[in-house]
Design a protein around this ligand. Structure first.
Ligand code: AMP
Ligand code: MG
Length: 508
């Protein structure tokens, strides 16, 4: 048994069956799979036995060689808007639901990514390469530690099986974990294939399963009200998650509606990136020529995606055009409120609403953009400041920070820094907290370390040579990105020059 005595294997989603899910066995790897990493803390949390998962039997299941005992794996169908274009048929092309685990009220699904083709693979191989699997594995847990809603990663297994991308790479399988992997695209699929009863049943199941606070009632009216309440929740959660991305300088890279979680989780880590030198128009996906999914555009695109979701819901709610529009209009306020609060906290300022704080946030980002200041180091360096000291003292204190982000040889930059600091101090000097408390709070707000691309790249290159210690080291570091004393010095340092020229392939 993979699960502990306090948890059980269930078939709650699986029992929905057709037309949502098809049974598909995983395709065994041809060469022996090895366990590169197991997230024992997560295993424990969801009620799985880490030791058993790490055994030969466990590795077989986590790599798709044998089924999870008592469960037949399944793939789900969805569609979506990719780069703004409607694509009528997508689905779990290389993801398989392999178990559902219930531990009291806690319910989790386990999904293998890269365990072979499904009816939704569209001629692709159903595999994932080691490179992209390491990226997904580490990013999921990095986001979790940063307090950003995300799917989780339980295990990373790999084998020598060749996988053909731009070059020949090798196969890996991530076992990921979530309350639900439902995407906006699931709703779109059943709407646009005109299976409205199926859509209604799916949403009823999803809402009852994941939103006990929403009562769908017994009447048409109460069902409509419940659906609208659900949409409002999705809007709120999406706004909040994207605001959180902005606050750590995270770009998702492929915000297609099929990569948008109904629970507002960050899902499907592809060519994502944490920004080093801040460029508000940063594009992390090499194939995104227009910058549709740039840092600046993420909130706008989230809103667009929510619009697509609302449109797919609308046939279930008669005469709802105006109500849906009003709900969608609420996105801007929800995003703005969260964004202001998060950035005010990052600047060590009280979360007072209103123009002055928004102007300061905007000016801060402008200043960072103008000089391409390192996003993470800029905010982290702020805890060297003292809201109770004067401007000149503050500049000296700032310079003493190991995270000091400025190039002192650049006169224009230094002048702008003084101007920015004066603006900041005018707001910060009303701080009530002692300097020590204020600094401690700030150090728990602004991470010292994010999963930068060049660090990942290094770990991936090592892993491709069979050396996994860097993956382990990154994994260990990302569980507490706030305690700089525990972090390797190169993880918190200014990224090297070559980091700027890293180009991410979107193949995975
Ligand atoms: P993505 O851009 O990774 O979100 O994937 C878009 C769609 O393509 C999804 O339906 C995936 O399941 C599918 N897909 C991507 N890569 C593969 C692959 N190697 N094999 C099968 N399906 C894939
Ligand atoms: Mg996807």
């Amino acid at each position: 048994m993979f699960h502990n005595h306090d948890s059980i294997l269930v078939q709650e989603y699986a029992s929905l069956g057709a037309p949502y899910l098809v049974e598909v066995p995983a395709t065994p790897l041809r060469t022996e799979a090895s366990l590169l990493h197991l997230n024992a803390t997560l295993a424990q949390e969801i009620g799985l036995d880490a030791q058993h998962l790490a055994s030969a039997e466990g590795i077989n299941t986590l790599s798709g060689n044998t089924p999870f005992p008592g469960y037949q794996s399944r793939a789900s169908v969805y569609c979506g808007h990719q780069f703004g274009q409607f694509v009528p048929q997508l689905g779990d092309g290389r993801a398989l639901l392999i178990a559902e685990i219930r531990k009291g009220k806690q319910y989790r699904q386990l999904q293998l990514k890269g365990a072979g083709p499904t009816p939704y693979s569209r001629h692709a191989d159903g595999r994932a390469v080691l490179r992209s699997s390491i990226r997904e594995y580490l990013a999921s847990e990095a986001m979790q530690a940063l307090g950003i809603p995300t799917t989780r990663a339980l295990s990373l297994t790999a084998s020598a099986d060749p996988v053909f991308r731009e070059t020949t790479e090798t196969a890996a399988v991530v076992c990921r974990v979530s309350e639900s992997f439902m995407r906006f695209g699931h709703v779109e699929f059943f709407c646009y294939t005109n299976q409205l009863d199926a859509l209604r049943n799916l949403l009823t199941w999803h809402i009852e399963q994941h939103h006990p606070e929403i009562d769908l009632g017994d009447s048409e009216t109460s069902f409509h009200t419940g659906l609208l309440q659900w949409l409002a929740t999705v809007i709120e959660r999406t706004a909040s998650t994207v605001a959180r991305w902005q606050a750590v300088g995270f770009c998702h890279g492929v915000m297609n509606t099929d990569n948008m979680s109904s629970l507002g989780l960050t899902i499907d880590y592809g060519p994502y990136g944490f920004i080093d030198g801040f460029d508000i128009d940063h594009i992390c996906n090499h194939s995104d020529h227009q910058g549709r999914y740039s840092y600046r555009n993420q909130p706008r695109i989230a809103h667009w995606n929510l619009y697509a979701l609302a449109q797919a819901l609308s046939p279930l709610i008669p005469d709802s055009k105006e109500t849906l529009q009003n709900l969608l209009d609420g996105f801007a306020d929800a995003f703005h409120a969260e964004h202001s609060a998060l950035f005010a906290a990052k600047l060590g300022l009280p979360a007072t609403k209103g123009d002055p704080i928004d102007i300061l946030i905007e000016n801060t980002l402008k200043f960072m953009h103008e000089h391409k200041l390192d996003f993470t180091r800029f905010f982290r360096s702020m805890s060297a400041l003292d809201p109770h000291a004067g401007a000149a003292d503050n500049f000296a204190l700032w310079q003493s920070s190991p995270f000091f982000p400025l190039a002192l040889g650049d006169e224009q930059q230094v002048n702008n820094a003084h101007a920015w600091l004066a603006q900041w101090l005018a707001m910060a000097n009303s701080t009530q907290a002692s300097t020590a408390d204020w600094r401690a709070t700030l150090d728990q707000t602004n991470p010292a370390f994010v999963l930068r691309n060049h660090l990942l790249q290094h770990a991936i290159e090592q892993a491709q040579k069979g050396e996994f210690s860097e993956v382990n080291r990154l994994f260990a570091a990302l569980s507490d990105p706030y305690d700089s004393t525990q972090l390797p010095s190169e993880y918190i340092a200014q990224p090297p020059e070559w980091a700027q020229s890293l180009v991410l392939s979107c193949s995975s």
